[in-house]
Design a protein around this ligand. Structure first.
Ligand SMILES: C[S@@+](CC[C@H](N)C(=O)[O-])C[C@H]1O[C@@H](n2cnc3c(N)ncnc32)[C@H](O)[C@@H]1O
Length: 299
C-alpha cells in the first residue's frame, strides 16, 4: 500500500470533524468520534477521504503569496483556512467565515502551525449581505458555492470585498456522471447516486461545479486556471467510501433517500472491496473542479 501513500491524505478523524458533502464532508456534524467508535472494524480501518488532496496543489499554484490577506468563505472547520494561513505566513492574515458556529469552534481550537498567518473566524451568512471585512488579496472557498441558493449573487458580493486584481478561486465538486471504471460497478454507482441524491434533496446545486468557470466568466473575472483532478480509487487500496457512507447515512435517512438497511453499513466495505476486486484497475470516483480568476483591474 506504500505506493498510494504520498497523496497528502489525512486521517479518518478529518472526515469526522468536518462538515460533509458527498465528496468529502458532512454539512451536518452527524459522524462524531463516538459514532465512529461504534462503527464496524472494517469501516474504521477504511482509508481517509482523498477529496481534499487537490487543494494543496491548486491553491499553491494560483498566486497566493506571503503577506496576503485572504478570505476563506464557507470555511467549515478551517482546514483550507489553515492551509492558506501557512502559504501567506505570519505577515499575512486569513479571515474565515461560515454560518456554522460549531464548525468554526473546531477551527479555533486547531493549530495552523508556527509560521502561519493568524486566522480570524467570523460568523456570516453568504446568502445575505456580508459584514464589513475590509479588502482582500484573495477570496477562496472549497465545496461551498454548491450549497448557496444563488451562487452568482454571492460571487458578486464577494467581488466587492476583493481588491482590484485580487485572486478569486474555488474548489467545487459536482455530480459528474461517475464513477467510471473497468466494469459496470453497480454498487459504487448506487452509492454515488445516493450521496448526490441526498445533496439534491437538501437543495444543494449538484451541477454548480460544472458551471463554475461560466459563473466566474459571467461575473467579469479573468480566468487563469480552470482544471480538474480526479479522485481515484486504486485496486487494492482501502476505500474511503464506507466512512463517507457512514457519515452521510443520517442525512440519507432523514431525507428519505435511502434506509439504513439499504445502505447496509455492516457489510458495505466488504461488498465494495469485492466489486472493485472483480473489475480491478482504477475507479474514477469524483472530480475536483478547480477554477481561479482575477477580479477585474478596472473595478
Ligand atoms: C462542505 S462544507 C466545506 C467546508 C470547508 N470549506 C472545507 O472544504 O473544509 C460547506 C460549508 O459551507 C457552509 N455554508 C453553507 N451554506 C452557507 C451559507 N449560506 N453561509 C455561510 N456558510 C455556509 C457550511 O456551514 C459548511 O461549513
Amino acid at each position: 500500500m506504500e505506493r498510494f501513500r504520498d497523496r497528502g491524505l489525512r486521517g479518518v478523524g478529518d472526515l469526522v470533524e468536518k462538515p460533509f458533502d458527498p465528496t468529502n464532508n458532512a454539512m451536518s456534524y452527524t459522524a462524531s468520534p463516538d459514532t465512529l467508535l461504534e462503527t464496524p472494524l472494517a469501516i474504521q480501518q477504511a482509508a481517509p477521504n482523498p477529496a481534499n488532496a487537490p487543494s494543496g496543489r491548486f491553491f499553491a499554484e494560483i498566486g497566493i503569496a506571503s503577506g496576503m490577506r485572504v478570505l476563506d468563505v464557507g470555511c467549515g472547520n478551517g482546514d483550507l483556512s489553515r492551509l492558506v494561513a501557512r502559504m501567506v505566513g505570519p505577515d499575512g492574515e486569513v479571515v474565515a467565515i461560515d454560518r456554522s458556529p460549531e464548525a468554526m469552534a473546531m477551527g479555533r481550537s486547531a493549530e495552523a502551525g508556527p509560521k502561519a498567518a493568524p486566522i480570524r473566524y467570523q460568523q456570516a451568512d453568504l446568502a445575505g449581505a456580508l459584514p464589513k471585512l475590509g479588502r482582500f488579496d484573495a477570496v477562496i472557498g472549497r465545496r461551498v458555492l454548491m450549497y448557496l441558493p444563488d451562487a452568482s449573487a454571492t460571487l458578486a458580493r464577494l467581488a466587492a470585498l476583493a481588491a482590484p486584481g485580487a485572486i478569486m478561486a474555488f474548489q467545487e465538486h459536482g455530480r459528474a456522471g461517475l464513477p467510471a471504471g473497468l466494469g459496470g460497478l453497480p454498487l459504487h454507482r448506487r452509492l454515488y447516486d445516493l450521496l448526490w441524491d441526498t445533496v439534491a434533496a437538501e437543495e444543494g446545486d449538484t451541477g454548480l461545479a460544472l458551471r463554475l468557470a461560466d459563473l466566474m466568466l459571467s461575473a467579469g473575472h479573468g480566468i487563469e486556471v480552470a482544471r480538474s483532478e480526479g479522485i481515484l480509487l486504486q485496486a487494492g487500496e482501502p476505500s474511503f467510501l464506507p466512512t463517507l457512507a457512514q457519515a452521510m447515512l443520517p442525512r440519507m435517512v432523514e431525507r428519505g433517500v435511502a434506509s439504513a438497511q439499504e445502505v447496509g453499513l455492516d457489510t458495505l466495505a466488504e461488498r465494495l472491496r469485492e466489486e472493485h476486486r472483480v473489475v480491478g484497475g482504477t475507479i474514477v470516483w469524483d472530480l475536483a473542479f478547480l477554477v481561479s480568476a482575477r477580479v477585474g483591474l478596472d473595478r
